[in-house]
Write a protein that binds this ligand. Structure first.
Ligand code: B12
Ligand code: SF4
Ligand code: SF4
Length: 366
């Protein structure tokens, strides 16, 4: 595996991070995740993962790979972190391998691993170990590797000399803040995650209407604030080939095809990726939003079909919104027809709002 980097942090409670996290949760930045004080307390304390922990080995695994170059019109965008085999599997295998070496070398040692899903303030511990520094986009940036690195930890029961934090910050740069389409980044190293496209495309409830146009054609995650970040751009495609896209169609899916995604294809193609945990309907919903943002009248028949036939109200609601956004007589007719058939109150409300917005669009021919 290319470029895996390891640094050592102590296993002390990180009081500063605990307070920073509490403040963030108090503001509602992570509202969609339900995090509160109890999460902040746990995330700042390595002993919650391993009661005898004395050191934490912080690991960065680079995943930046080139995006497909041949992209058909009408395609959506999937973030780099999600287009390959689920990174959790790969990262945990690497962590387990390292932990096995440690266990073999240090007789009687106890180790535990974590990646993403455990209550661990992974970025903060990585910063404490000098593995990385935190940017205004809130991602951990590793020297020479940039921010396209997954983080993992090995908690050890014996003490290793701790590495020192890097003294680096962003200075006057605000590129990530300026490019963020939803205004999620405040510029003070904090984020309103409820506005972040990575969060919005994972939501299992409706995406707030005002934010839908800002998603553009992202259907899973978003890379804008990292692509523009100078240290990340300089690092280039430095990740391992294990993080290449499964295939071009998975990284840049045809939106109309994604709108028709059924559970069989979802299980086969998406389950093995980091997009495979929210269900097929969420991806169909995101495809509908992307088609609405593309403002392409050629998508009206597919959206009209989804509005009448999709089994999930989340998708029917988004299809209605997309038809309203595209507008024109054909969109209006599809909305009027669906209004007579729809029984779900939330979808009816979407259809009514979309009909108003379609009527406001300049009248055009079909
Ligand atoms: C919830 C979550 C999300 C949420 C919220 C993100 C957020 N910024 O908080 C959403 C869905 C939006 C999300 C998005 C993404 N995520 Co995410 N996510 C997580 C998760 C599970 C928890 C994060 C959390 O607790 N957030 C709460 C905030 C307050 O804490 P924090 O960001 O971890 O740490 C802050 C403090 O510690 C503080 N801090 C600590 N020390 C210092 C020092 C200084 C000087 C300063 C100023 C601040 C500071 O600043 C940190 C940054 O705000 C972690 C895994 C984990 N267990 O940590 C992955 C994780 C953070 N995600 C990851 C990834 C890859 C992503 C995406 C890039 C995916 C994508 N392309 O769509 C985006 C990035 C969007 C962005 N700009 O952050 C990686 C990040 C790797 C990295 N290099 O940083 C992680 C670590 C998973 C992993 N194991 O690799 N994610
Ligand atoms: S991932 Fe996209 S939406 Fe989220 S903070 Fe970065 S630029 Fe903004
Ligand atoms: S784009 Fe600039 S401000 Fe944003 S994280 Fe990178 S260096 Fe910092």
């Amino acid at each position: 595996m290319l470029g895996v980097r390891v640094r050592v942090a102590d296993a002390d409670v990180d009081v500063e991070t605990r307070e920073r996290m509490r403040a963030s949760f108090e503001r509602g930045d992570l509202r969609t995740w339900g995090y509160g004080d109890a999460y902040a307390d746990a995330a700042a304390d390595p002993l919650r993962i391993l009661a005898r922990a004395r050191s934490v080995l912080c690991v960065a695994i680079p995943y930046a790979r080139l995006a497909p170059t041949r992209v058909a019109p009408g395609s959506g965008l999937v973030s780099k972190y999600a287009w390959s085999r689920d990174y959790h599997v790969r990262v945990r295998a690497i962590l387990n391998d390292l932990a096995a070496h440690i266990d073999a070398a240090a007789d009687g040692s106890v180790t535990a691993i974590a990646c993403d899903t455990a209550p661990v303030a992974e970025r903060a511990r990585a910063a404490r170990s000098g593995l990385a520094w935190i940017g205004k986009h809130t991602n951990a940036i590793a020297p020479d590797l940039g921010s396209y690195v997954f983080l993992g930890e090995i908690f050890c029961s014996f003490e290793l000399p701790a590495d020192r934090p890097l003294k680096k910050q962003c200075g006057n740069c605000t590129r990530c803040v300026d490019i963020c389409p939803t205004g999620a980044l405040r510029g003070d190293y904090t984020i309103d995650a409820t506005r972040c496209i990575a969060d919005l495309t994972q939501r299992v409830d409706a995406i707030p209407r005002a934010l839908r146009p800002l998603l553009g054609d992202w259907v899973w995650g978003c890379d804008l604030c990292q692509d523009i970040c100078p240290p990340t751009a300089r690092a280039g495609a430095c990740g391992d080939a294990a993080f290449d896209p499964f295939d071009d169609a998975l990284a840049r899916p045809d939106l109309q095809r994604l709108l028709a995604l059924r559970s069989g294809e979802y299980k086969r193609r998406y389950r093995p990726t980091a997009m495979g945990w929210r269900g097929a309907a969420v991806l169909r919903r995101n495809a509908a939003v992307g088609l609405g943002n593309a403002l392409d009248r050629a998508a009206i028949p597919a959206l009209a079909r989804a509005l009448e036939e999709d089994p999930h109200p989340l998708v029917r609601g988004a299809a209605a919104w997309a038809l309203g956004r595209i507008g024109g007589p054909a969109g209006q007719r599809a909305l009027a027809r669906a209004r007579g058939l729809e029984r779900d109150a939330a979808v009816v409300e979407e259809i009514e709002a979309a009909s108003k917005s379609a009527a406001l669009c300049v009248e055009g021919s079909d």
